[in-house]
Design a protein around this ligand. Structure first.
Ligand SMILES: [Zn+2]
Length: 416
């Protein structure tokens, strides 16, 4: 058995302890330990408290001391619970066309849109795709993100979806980031499929879902419910089958038209993501449910669309996670902290709400109960910013980067 490690003292240690999964949060609710310390062993947090108390308690025991000097704010490593970082190519031309006034249809007709990413992703070998996933995951790691959800959905055939999910698994073995794979075979009806949307979803349900289980590729199923993708009627039997097989569900919901969030509530999905056009009825239904709403400000910034009504969701009593949606079409930036901080200024979110949205509430969106807080029994996944107050983290809108990142008790990033 490894010896204990004691790390500290941190000017401020934000544990996120005691904060509820749902509802609005005030900064005064944050559990902040001044001159705090963390004791961990075998990658798991053993104790959290005032550094000098922990030093006295562990004096004489086998303990490795990691001393922190200077200003330091420690908090749980961030979690990005919605990304599409498994993609080939670029959609810079779509971005230019859209900003020059072209419509969705005109962009598609010019060879852009999701279909162009499908072609550029299919053109990569599984090994090449793995490489780009690892590269992007490591960029997120630099931002203090230790857990990243990654969707398939640019394969859109049985073989290509499986290639994507196998590449995600191989990437997971090649990066320090924990990659949580989600099957998004129901992203859009592929142009080269001969048959109806129902036929396509039946094929995916019958041919892909069983292999996800047998090869342990993913336990999460996502669907894009939208006029340009699949209708809530289309998705019923697909989700019913997935649920019967034991998959967790998540939905791309209410991005341009409503109906997706109702499906998320109906199927008790882990999360409903996007929600830019959710109205009072959708917000109320989400607030009554245990579905985690996920705001994707990167998509709003990429498309020039309104933000998810984060304030209204929280005030109605819903939860709120925030994710980057990093993808080549609508959210090419891939900077979670910048996006979450910008969302806060437009939606009037407290620091506690922003930080909860990228820590334990994002963990809940992924069905993970072992991370997102700094407390006994949780993974020793934490980050350190060289600054005297946690307020600087959102104030500097992503310009302040963590100087340390610890993943399961191992130092991954360590800057002087
Ligand atoms: Zn997405």
């Amino acid at each position: 058995m490894e010896s204990y490690t004691l790390i500290g003292p941190f000017t401020q240690l934000l544990t996120m302890k005691g904060l509820p999964i749902k509802g609005a949060l005030k900064d005064k609710q944050l559990d902040i330990i001044s001159n705090g310390g963390i004791v961990f062993r075998n990658g798991i947090i053993e104790q959290v408290g005032v550094f000098s108390d922990l030093s006295a308690q562990f004096l004489g025991k086998q303990v490795e001391l990691m001393l922190i000097s200077g200003d330091a704010v420690c908090l749980p490593a961030f979690i990005d619970c919605h990304t599409h970082i498994a993609f080939g190519g670029s959609r810079a031309n779509d971005f230019a066309l859209r900003n020059a006034g072209s419509s969705y249809l005109e962009i598609a007709n010019a060879g852009g849109g999701i279909w162009s990413t499908v072609q550029q992703t299919r053109a990569l070998s599984q090994e090449q795709l793995k490489e780009v996933i690892v590269e992007r995951a490591n960029e997120l790691l630099e931002q203090g993100i230790a857990t990243v959800e990654v969707k398939s959905g640019y394969g859109l055939s049985v073989a290509e979806e499986l290639k994507m999910l196998r590449a995600i698994r191989e990437a997971n073995d090649a990066t320090e980031v924990d990659l949580i794979a989600t099957c998004l075979a129901a992203h859009t009806l592929p142009k080269d499929f001969e048959g109806s949307a129902a036929d396509y979803l039946d094929l995916m349900a019958n041919e892909v879902l069983p292999i996800l289980i047998s090869e342990k590729l993913s336990n999460r199923i996502d669907a894009f419910i939208e006029q340009s993708a699949f209708s809530s009627e289309n998705i019923q039997s697909y989700f019913a089958k997935a649920k019967e097989l034991g998959f967790d569900l998540t939905v791309h919901a209410d991005q341009f038209t409503t109906s997706g969030s109702a499906v998320a509530v109906q199927f008790e999905a882990r999360s409903a993501d996007h929600l830019e056009v959710s109205g009072e009825a959708e917000i109320e239904a989400l607030a009554k449910s245990d579905v985690i709403p996920v705001a994707l400000p990167g998509a709003s910034l990429g498309l020039g669309c309104p933000f998810t009504p984060a304030r209204k969701l929280l005030d109605a009593g819903a939860s709120l996670a925030i994710a980057s949606d990093w993808n080549p079409g609508s959210a090419p930036m891939g900077k979670l902290l910048t996006q979450a901080s910008v969302l806060a200024t437009f939606e009037k979110l407290s620091n506690a709400e922003v930080l909860a949205g990228i820590t334990f509430r994002a963990a809940a969106a992924l069905g993970l109960s072992d991370r997102g807080r700094i407390q006994k029994g949780y993974l020793a996944d934490f980050i350190v910013f060289a600054t005297p107050t946690y307020q600087d983290i959102t104030y500097l809108q992503g310009a302040l980067q963590p100087t340390q990142l610890w993943k399961k008790g191992t130092s991954i990033i360590q800057q002087a």
